[in-house]
Design a protein around this ligand. Structure first.
Ligand SMILES: *Cc1c(COP(=O)(O)O)cnc(C)c1O
Length: 426
């Protein structure tokens, strides 16, 4: 498609956008009395207007029913989490029984490691990407030490090639094959938080499984952003948070995927609690643990219903729209943003560079040459909420649910103004 860097053209794209009306389903913060241009849906998604109603429902049930709400609320609390499994399964390409919502992300990674990282003297290595999200690095290192092993000898990282800003699939696969029989686990962020790269999850999973390794994915930046087929890609396990593209509120609950081949198995190592036992016999308070036949077996505590309510509201919206339509708009919106960035870059004489490869979700990471922090401050002061990563990268994530083509055009104008002001100020 031929794009134009003009307000008229951007407005025409908005008018043709089938998801356009969804913008009005969200609250936008305001700067100088104007709704912001929001590029940080990869960090905290905007609040859907309908979320309040879902929370109020729980508050009212609690007020009116107290403990009876566990079984007699309209949406009973004791199995409230079950309502999320089916809509979430559609978002990640899984069977509902492979999905559960519980805990928070890093906590879930620890719990899943208890099941899927069981090192032996022969098979103990872990493969991850260089400079993984810090929480994932701390999680991996502490798990390794907790097993009495040395992270230096266990954790192998795949590096980018010199002068390149992305990982090559063939380099990941070559590492997998090089480690071979010693590889116990691959754990990578499906979409990298820094450069926005969407890894070839299917190829990497296949490579890992064919050397006998478990393969898990941290999908914090992937879920609700890219199309996933976790079941048919044969992924062993995955976890993600719900507050980034899933718009479920700060610090909110995490989801897990456990492939059906691991469900209902005796003897799988797992850290257990009462909400993982069979619901039919749970309240007999028996001493033996009888695992739920689905991913709920990993559930430890009774569900945090006040946290699940916003996630349910959000999932309802994802299912109304569907990932296919979201991905279609995402591609168009991100390509338009990329076009605008390149146009502006020409006008200001090449002062920045997009480091996100074409395998990506909606995020574009822009490396600034010499602009730096003052430009970021200028954008923030002018109602563009972006994110700054040291040393010199701004991350732009136009979430297709609520960002418009007009936002992209207006951002381009502000960016240009910011750079030119800076240059003329010397
Ligand atoms: C956002 C993010 C996290 C955050 O973890 P929490 O436990 O929810 O604080 C972890 N890993 C990755 C890759 C992330 O992008």
């Amino acid at each position: 498609m031929l794009f134009h860097n003009s307000l008229e053209f951007a407005q025409k794209l908005d008018a043709e956008d089938p998801l356009g009306p969804y913008r009005d389903e969200f609250y936008f913060p305001k700067v100088n009395g104007k709704e912001v241009i929001y590029f940080t849906g990869n960090s905290l998604g905007l609040q859907p207007k309908r979320t309040q109603r879902y929370i109020d429902e729980i508050m009212t049930d609690w007020k009116e029913l107290a403990v009876e709400g566990h079984f007699h609320a309209d949406k009973p609390w004791w199995d409230y989490h079950e309502r999320l499994a089916e809509p979430l399964a559609k978002v990640i390409g899984a069977k509902p029984e492979e999905v559960c919502v519980l805990n928070t992300l890093t906590v879930n990674l620890h719990f899943l490691m208890a099941s899927f990282y069981t090192p032996s003297p022969d098979r103990f290595k872990i493969l991850c990407e260089e400079k993984a999200f810090p929480s994932d690095q701390y999680m991996l290192q502490s798990q390794v030490r907790w097993h009495g092993l040395d992270p230096e000898k266990v954790i192998v990282t795949v590096k980018k090639r010199k002068g390149e800003h992305f990982w090559r699939t063939e380099d990941v696969i070559a590492k997998v094959e090089e480690i071979g029989d010693e590889l116990a686990l691959i754990l990578i962020g499906g979409v990298n938080y820094y450069n926005g790269q969407f890894f070839d999850m299917q190829a990497i999973t296949q490579a890992g499984r064919s050397v006998g390794s478990n393969v898990g994915w941290d999908l914090a930046h992937a879920v609700g952003n890219v199309e996933l087929e976790l079941h048919s890609w044969d992924v062993d396990f995955a976890a993600w948070c719900s507050y980034k593209y899933m718009n479920s509120g700060p610090g909110n609950a995490s989801g897990i995927f456990v492939h059906e081949r691991h469900l209902g198995k005796d003897g799988i190592p797992r850290l257990e609690g009462w909400w993982g036992t069979k619901k039919e016999t749970r309240f007999l308070m028996k001493p033996q643990f009888e695992p739920m036949p689905n991913a709920d077996a990993w559930q430890v505590s009774n569900p945090p219903v006040l946290a699940l309510a916003p996630y349910l509201a959000s999932l309802e919206m994802f299912n109304e729209v569907g990932m296919t339509a979201l991905v279609e708009k995402r591609n168009r919106l991100t390509t338009y943003l990329e076009f605008i960035l390149k146009e502006i870059d020409k006008e200001v004489d090449s002062t920045f560079e997009i480091i996100t490869p074409l395998d990506r979700g909606c995020q574009l990471s822009v490396l600034l040459h010499g602009e730096g922090r003052p430009l970021f401050d200028f954008l923030m002061e002018n109602g563009v909420i972006v994110d700054w990563r040291e040393p010199n990268v701004i991350r732009l994530a136009p979430a297709p649910f609520y960002c418009s083509f007009t936002d992209m055009y207006q951002f381009g104008q502000l960016l240009k103004q910011g750079i030119l002001t800076r240059i003329s100020n010397g």
